[in-house]
Design a protein around this ligand. Structure first.
Ligand SMILES: C[S@@+](CC[C@H](N)C(=O)[O-])C[C@H]1O[C@@H](n2cnc3c(N)ncnc32)[C@H](O)[C@@H]1O
Length: 235
């Protein structure tokens, strides 16, 4: 985890000799905002305008709410300006939001007070080190966050999700096709990092995933000993 100011030099500009073990790899989002510092503010204002115009900006959060008992513990991973975590806090859940962009975290604090909003890199997620228990009932990663990571950090992010889940917790991740992270690779990476896919949808309002889908919403739980309850039912 890091609240350090991102370097203006992009990761692709860095030579391997300049990269040390203490150096983070900038996410693609940080490279976009380094190239265009107005991008973060534009993103904040875009969602503020949509909300002010009465548009539905919390559809993903409604699905997450349906996955939880009351007073659940939610990690909004790559929370941006907090539209989802804010809704889930208002619904009575205990929300922690983590995002690498300090401008977006400042907007989340301003627009959605209540949750714990933290500047941090999902590739170095260690919430217990920041006094937050790693026992989330749901980790939600919405809004194409997976496709804004540095590709080399994707597996670290997925293993961080695994480490921060309660034993019965679930992870829900949504992102679009043709954004540089192929769905089969993503599913293989998730499985290799301790997550077992429970459900695949093509939208946040529960349309099923098919081979033609241009969006994936995948729900995972922790890989564990195989559950033979279905076998028991068949007996
Ligand atoms: C398109 S925005 C989505 C924000 C929010 N989830 C939403 O749906 O409104 C992508 C977000 O991913 C965040 N992000 C990208 N790489 C990250 C990383 N390594 N750690 C934490 N956040 C990251 C960006 O800062 C940005 O807020």
């Amino acid at each position: 985890m890091s609240g350090r100011t991102p370097s203006r030099r992009t990761s692709s500009q860095r030579t391997s000799s300049q990269r040390t073990s203490s150096q983070r790899t900038s996410s693609q989002w940080e490279e976009i905002t380094a190239a265009n510092p107005a991008h973060s503010t534009w993103y904040v204002e875009r969602f503020r305008a949509m909300a002010a115009a009465g548009q539905d900006v919390v559809g993903e959060a409604r699905l997450v709410d349906s996955m939880l008992g009351r007073g659940g513990r939610v990690l909004d991973a790559g929370c941006g300006p907090g539209r989802l975590g804010g809704y889930l806090h208002d619904a009575g859940h205990v929300v922690v939001g983590v995002d690498v962009d300090p401008v977006l975290i400042a907007a989340a604090e301003e627009d959605h007070p209540g949750p714990t909003w933290l500047v941090g890199d999902l590739a170095e997620l260690d919430l217990p080190a920041r006094g937050v228990a790693a026992d989330f009932d749901v980790i939600v990663c919405a809004g194409n966050v997976m496709t804004f990571l540095a590709p080399s950090t994707r597996e670290s992010v997925l293993s961080g999700f695994t480490r921060h889940l309660a034993p019965t917790g679930r992870v829900v991740v949504g992102f679009g096709a043709d954004r540089g992270y192929e769905f089969p690779q993503f599913l293989a990476d998730a499985t290799a990092n301790g997550l077992s896919v429970d459900l695949m949808l093509s939208t946040w309002d529960l349309h099923p995933f098919t081979n033609d889908s241009d969006f994936l919403v995948a729900v995972f739980s922790l890989e564990g000993p195989s559950d033979d309850s279905s076998t028991n039912l068949a007996r």
